[in-house]
Structure formats: structure tokens, C-alpha cells
Design a protein around this ligand. Structure first.
Ligand code: CAO
Length: 541
């Protein structure tokens, strides 16, 4: 084993540059060409790769340091053989991205330029003869740009750099788009010169810039960056930063792979530079965010408008439950093919029976509302029709059959809609179910229902019976596949075959996921529930 001192290689400039990222730490075992540090100037960032493999034993620099060619970066413990072959001083540490091209830095030939003449702007000497990818186009037709404004950003494996305008003027055509590969001399844009006696050559290699042109990875600095161009018909546009950002090539590459617009990421590095951790934190946050209320399934969101134009208004924040309900409703409505089956249950005898229980209700201090019987009837129906007690798996190939019967009850609270779950409703008595409904309603309205009490439902009942209405179409509470809406009892004339008699009916509205349940099953299900409510003895069968 030997220790090699890794130094800053020739980076194409004699100026000090900032270390914006230290990509390794003591103890890391690295391979040749792994990025050690990222350097940044005003206009370019570049990775400094390891000239050889080894284990990092000492770091000599930190983020924020200003360093230059020959400065020590770190100590590397390497195999002896490799150490012998490798270069350890700055003179030889030439595997860095920068390749000297001072020989290319002669001033470009002058060409006469009339004020207002259209002239091409070409890719200047960027220190490599290989084609380089355009990752950002900063101008569009009609833009008025100043000398040194960025035209495009180019990126290689190891560096990204902006190409500045050699002079100002109006952009009359854009010859490239994001994703194009360009090399020295390729036309980028055409501009109509701003007037005056601006030099007309398309390369930023005017005599006073000759030195900068010799800095292959650090093209001449632009003072400001123009607004980005809109590039049409290219998917890459979706992930192209929508404003200039500071980020190294590795971070830019990762952002492109993940489809992240770096302009949305807050950089925590020096000068708000975006580090890899910033990108991963951004992606994690996005993954946790609830879906936007109206932007699911690629459907355009309804734009906000200024209602104050029409009268007095007030903007209020939606509560947490309201926000979650809105997101879930939109998700379920967009994902589930809904059908609603309507029916009505003759509850005349049930209501007589329920009324007969009133003395006992008073004695026990528990009021049994029609809902308790509906819970029991639905629990029995889920046993009878197990295909309603399933959840569809996301792979589109499997369903989960549940062997327990938990029924959720929609409860209207001041904070919004909640759905606490009566566990094992099939095994509980009507008294127990009634007690739980009362408890849920009371605690729900005080915001005291715990989240685990709202989990594990197989089927939901949404009762508006105490409020009114004749029917409605409830939205399935995914991952359940059906929900029963209950409306207000109505006394109606019923034809017995001999005469009309007054009977009491409960309107039922069963919405179901048509992927899991077909219409015939839905009709059988509601028929079963109606019969069970008409004659509770059927549940015992
Ligand atoms: N027909 C006629 N009357 C009915 C009835 C029906 N189908 N269902 C209940 N009632 C009566 C009750 O008997 C009670 O009458 P009394 O006051 O004379 O005893 C009255 O209506 C009020 O009942 P309730 O609402 O207190 O009790 P409940 O068991 O029927 O419902 C609960 C409890 C918590 C589900 C209900 O209060 C609630 O919040 N419902 C709203 C659900 C909701 O918002 N759904 C929409 C969800 S979005 O799709």
C-alpha cells in the first residue's frame, strides 16, 4: 500500500475556483474516475474525477474552499502497483475534465458587420472536438439579448457550461433545441446586431477574450442569464429547468433521469447551489404530498380566478380533513368506474319493531336509529355476496378477498367528513352497533376519533336519512368496492294485489366499482339488503 496525494489538475484557468461539493469522505473506497469534488465558477461547474482507485484517508479541502491547480484535495491509499503507474502531482494529474486548448485560443478573424445585419452565432471553442449535448436553451426568437447573455448550456459527462452571446441584438432564429449535440462551429442562433460597431465574428474569441477562450471548461462569464426559451415538441422540455440554476453535472444528470425541474429545487449549497441531498429531499417530499385536488390523471386543474371582481370575498384555508377528503374523493372518482343501483326497502315492520324498543332504549340509554339495522343487514349481505368484500390490487390481476366484515360509517363533523369503522359488525348485536354509532357520532364531532378507528373498512354506509333526500350517488371509498347511500324514509302507497296500503320505505343507493362488481350482483345485493330490512329473520338463515 502507498499513499498518493491527489491534487487539483489543470482546470483550464489560473484563477481560484470554489469547491461546491465534496463528493467523498474519509474511509470511502473509490474507483478511478469517481467524482472527488465539484468546482464551480460563475459560468461553469465541473467534476474532478479520481485519477486512480483507492481508499480516502485524508481530506485536505472542504466545501466553500477556493482552490486552484496543484492544491491538495485528498490522500488516497492505493495498491503499490497502481501507485507506481499513477501520477500523484498536479503536473500529471491530467485525467481531469479540462483539456488545455490554449492553442485554439487565437482570435477569430474579424468580419465586417453592418448594424442590423443578421449574423449567425456558433458554438465557440469549448475545449473539446467531441459533440456536446445542449441541456438548456436560454433564448427564443424575438428576445433582445445583451453581449454575454447565456445562449445555451452545454453538458458533458463531467462539466456543464454556458455559451454566452458574443454581442447583443435581437434573436431572429434559434437553430438548436434541448437534446441536440453540437460541436465547434455549429450554428446556435442568428441575431440582428443591436447596432453600433459590434464585432461580427460568431466566436467569443475576440482578442480581449482570447484567454477566456483558452479556458475550455470555463467559458467567458456572462453577467446575467436570459429567460429560458420555450422549446416545442420535445419531452425534455418537461424536465428542463424553467429558470437558471446552480448545480453540478452529476446533479443535473440525476435530475434529468428523475424528471425533476431543478428550478423547483431549493439549493442548500454555496450560492444556493443544488446538491444531491437537495434533489433527493425534494423527490421524497413530492412523493409524500397528497395528490392535488383537481389535477389527477393528467386532467388540467381548474384555474383560480379573481372573484373579487364580482363582489366581496374572503379566502379561507381548508381544514386538514377537508383537504384529505377532497383529494380522496377526486382520486376515487377519477379511478373508479362508478355505477349506482337504486332500490327501496319496505321497513314498515322494522320501524314498528324499532319503536317498540323505545322503553328499552330509554332504560339502556342507547337510541337505536335505523342505521344500526342497516349495518347489520349489510354485514349479512357481505357474507352472502363475498365479491363485495374485496379490494382490487394495483397490478390489475389480483383481488384481495377479505374474511372479516368491518363497516365504515360516514359521519358529518364540523371539521369535515370522517369514516370510523365498526369492526366485526357481523358478530355484534344491534345494541352494540347502535352504541358504537352514537359513540362515533359524539366523538367524531369533537374531533376525538383516532386514525386507527378509521382504518380497515370493507364497505361504507353513508346515511343522510336523518336529513332528507330521495336518493344520491355516493362515491366509493377505495380500496373498498361499494358504498351504500341511505336517504330519508318515505311513506308510500303500496299495492298488495288487492288494495293500496301505506308502507314505509327506505331509499337505498348502492354505488359500486364496476371493475369488481357487475350490475346483476349489485341488484342481488340491494335486493338482499331490502329483504333483510323488511324481515330481519332472513339474516338468521
Ligand atoms: N329515514 C328517516 N329518519 C331517519 C333515517 C331514515 N333513513 N335515518 C335516521 N333517521 C332519523 C333518526 O331516527 C333520528 O330521529 P330521532 O331524532 O327522531 O330519533 C334522526 O334521523 C337523526 O338521526 P342521526 O343522524 O342522529 O342518527 P343516525 O344513526 O341515522 O346517523 C350519523 C348517525 C353519524 C351517521 C349521522 O348523524 C351523520 O353524520 N350522517 C351524515 C353522513 C354524511 O354526511 N354522509 C354523506 C357523506 S358524503 O357522500
Amino acid at each position: 500500500m502507498a499513499t498518493e496525494i491527489i491534487k487539483v489538475p489543470d482546470i483550464g484557468t489560473s484563477d481560484k475556483v470554489t469547491v461546491v461539493e465534496v463528493s467523498v469522505k474519509v474511509g470511502d473506497v473509490i474507483a478511478e474516475d469517481d467524482t472527488l469534488i465539484v468546482l464551480e465558477t460563475d459560468k461553469a461547474s465541473m467534476d474532478v474525477p479520481a485519477p486512480m482507485a483507492g481508499k480516502v484517508t485524508k481530506l485536505k479541502i472542504a466545501e466553500g474552499d477556493e482552490i486552484g491547480e496543484g492544491d491538495e484535495i485528498l490522500y488516497l491509499e492505493v495498491e503499490k502497483a497502481e501507485a507506481g503507474n499513477a501520477s500523484s502531482d498536479s503536473d500529471n494529474a491530467s485525467t481531469a475534465p479540462a483539456q488545455k486548448s490554449a492553442e485554439k485560443a487565437e482570435a477569430a478573424p474579424e468580419a465586417p458587420a453592418a448594424s442590423g445585419a443578421v449574423k449567425p452565432i456558433e458554438v465557440p471553442d469549448i475545449g473539446t472536438t467531441e459533440a456536446v449535448e445542449i441541456i438548456e436553451v436560454h433564448v427564443s426568437v424575438g428576445d433582445i439579448i445583451a453581449a454575454d447573455d447565456a445562449i445555451v448550456t452545454l453538458e458533458t459527462d463531467k462539466a456543464s457550461m454556458e455559451v454566452p452571446a458574443p454581442e447583443g441584438g435581437e434573436v431572429v432564429s434559434v437553430k438548436v433545441k434541448v437534446g441536440d449535440s453540437v460541436s465547434l462551429g455549429d450554428q446556435l442562433i442568428e441575431i440582428r446586431a443591436a447596432g453600433g460597431s459590434a464585432p461580427a465574428e460568431s466566436k467569443p474569441a475576440a482578442p480581449e477574450k482570447a484567454e477566456k477562450a483558452a479556458e475550455p471548461e470555463v467559458p467567458a462569464a456572462a453577467k446575467k442569464v436570459h429567460a429560458p426559451a420555450i422549446v416545442t415538441g420535445d419531452d425534455d422540455e418537461l424536465i428542463r429547468p424553467s429558470k437558471p440554476v446552480h448545480a453540478g453535472p452529476a446533479v443535473r444528470l440525476l435530475a434529468r433521469e428523475l424528471g425533476v425541474d431543478l428550478a423547483q429545487v431549493r439549493g442548500s449549497g454555496p450560492r444556493e447551489r443544488i446538491l444531491k441531498e437537495d434533489l433527493t429531499a425534494f423527490v421524497k417530499k413530492k412523493m409524500r404530498e397528497p395528490e392535488r385536488v383537481s389535477a389527477g390523471a393528467g386532467i388540467p386543474a381548474v384555474p383560480d380566478q379573481d372573484f373579487s371582481k364580482f363582489g366581496s370575498i374572503e379566502v379561507k384555508e381548508m381544514g386538514r380533513i377537508q383537504q384529505l377528503t377532497a383529494a380522496n374523493m377526486a382520486r376515487n372518482w377519477l379511478n373508479i368506474p362508478h355505477v349506482t343501483q337504486f332500490d327501496e326497502a319496505d321497513v314498515t315492520d322494522l320501524e314498528s319493531f324499532r319503536n317498540s324498543l323505545k322503553p328499552q332504549m330509554e332504560k339502556r340509554g342507547v337510541k337505536i336509529s335505523p342505521l344500526a339495522f342497516l349495518v347489520k343487514a349489510c354485514a349479512a349481505a357481505l357474507h352472502e355476496f363475498p365479491n363485495f368484500n374485496v379490494s382490487l390490487m394495483a397490478d390489475g390481476k389480483h383481488i384481495v378477498q377479505k374474511h372479516y366484515v368491518n363497516i365504515g360509517i360516514a359521519v358529518d363533523t364540523p371539521n369535515g367528513l370522517i369514516v370510523p369503522v365498526i369492526k366485526d359488525a357481523d358478530k355484534k348485536s344491534i345494541w352494540q352497533i347502535a352504541e358504537e354509532i352514537i359513540d362515533f357520532a359524539q366523538r367524531g364531532r369533537k374531533g376525538q376519533i383516532k386514525s386507527n378507528e378509521m382504518q380497515g373498512g370493507c364497505f361504507t354506509i353513508s346515511s343522510l336519512g336523518g336529513l332528507g333526500g330521495t336518493a344520491f350517488t355516493p362515491i366509493v371509498n377505495a380500496p373498498e368496492v361499494a358504498i351504500l347511500g341511505v336517504s330519508k324514509n318515505q311513506v308510500k302507497p303500496f299495492w298488495t294485489g288487492k288494495e293500496f296500503v301505506p308502507r314505509t320505505f327506505t331509499p337505498l343507493s348502492l354505488s359500486y366499482d364496476h371493475r369488481a362488481v357487475n350490475g346483476a350482483d349489485a341488484a342481488k345485493f340491494t335486493t338482499y339488503v331490502c329483504e333483510a330490512l323488511t324481515d330481519l329473520r332472513r339474516i338468521l338463515l
